[in-house]
Design a protein around this ligand. Sequence first.
Ligand code: GRF
Length: 187
Amino acid sequence: MKRIAIFASGSGSNAQCIAAYFKTNNQVSVECIVCNNPNAKVLDRARKFGIPTILINRSQFLETDEVVQTLLDKNIDLIVLAGFLWLIPKNLIQNFQIINIHPALLPQYGGKGMYGMNVHRAVVNNKETETGITIHMVNEKYDEGKIVFQTTCEVTPSDSPERVAEKVHQLEHKHYPQVIEKIISEL
Ligand code: GRF
C-alpha cells in the first residue's frame, strides 16, 4: 500500500477528486489532509470522506519538525499539494517526494503572487489563446521543480477570468488523480 498526504487550504475540489479516485483502490490510500485554515471548505469535504485532517499553524510548520514527524509516523510515500499556498520548508523537502498542481502553463504565470484568480486574470489580460495546468515536483522555490505533466485548453477572446478558471479546474480534476497514480506507482 502506498500512502498519500494531501495538503490543501482552500475549497478542496481537487482534494475531493483525488479522495474519490482512490477510495476503492487497494494499492493507494489518502491517509490525511493537512490544512492551515480552520475555516477551509476542504475540511468539510474531508469529513464526508472520513479522511483524518491535521490543522497546522505557521510557526509549527516552519519552525518545528512536528509535521515531518507526523507524516513519517504515518509512513507517507507522497505529499500532494492541492491549493496549499505556503512555501514548503526544507525539512519536508528532504524527507518526502512532493508534487504540486499549478493552474497555468509554467514557467509562464508562476512564482510568488501567481495563484488562484490572479493567474487567470493575467492570462486574459495578456490575450493568451491557450492556458492549462502544470503538475511538477516541489523544491525550495515556488513553481520551479521538475515538470512532470502539462496539458492545455483554449482561451477564447470572450472568456472571462472566471470562465478560464472553470476550464482549468476541469482539466485539474480530470488529470491530477491519474498523474498521482502514475507517479506513486513509480516510487
Ligand atoms: C487549483 O486551481 C490548483 O491549481 C491550485 O490551487 C487550486 C485549488 O483549487 N494550486 P481547489 O481548492 O482544489 O478547488
